[in-house]
Design a protein around this ligand. Structure first.
Ligand code: FES
Length: 82
């Protein structure tokens, strides 16, 4: 199914890019911009973003690695203590 009509990106393309990025780097934070870049494309109108993000969220490899999930809280704790 076409997800991004401006760049002709399908759900298969998005899932393949996520799976490839996760296989290459277990700690990678995967964003729409990185997916566009991996596919050699760039977003244009942005109208596909809700469906693009929804497609990304359905991929089990999208999860943020467990040890990176608390970075914001740890950073705030450091700021508050000092
Ligand atoms: S539909 Fe994806 S950038 Fe326009």
């Amino acid at each position: 199914m076409i997800i991004c009509h401006c760049q002709s990106i399908t759900d298969h393309d998005i899932n393949a890019a996520i799976d490839w990025m996760r296989a290459a780097d277990a700690d990678a934070l995967i964003t729409p911009g990185k997916i566009y870049h991996a596919l050699g494309k760039a977003a244009d109108c942005g109208g596909c973003m809700p469906l693009f993000l929804s497609t990304m969220r359905q991929n089990d490899n999208l999860e943020v690695p467990m040890h990176l999930r608390t970075l914001r809280r740890r950073s705030q704790e450091r700021t508050n203590t000092g």
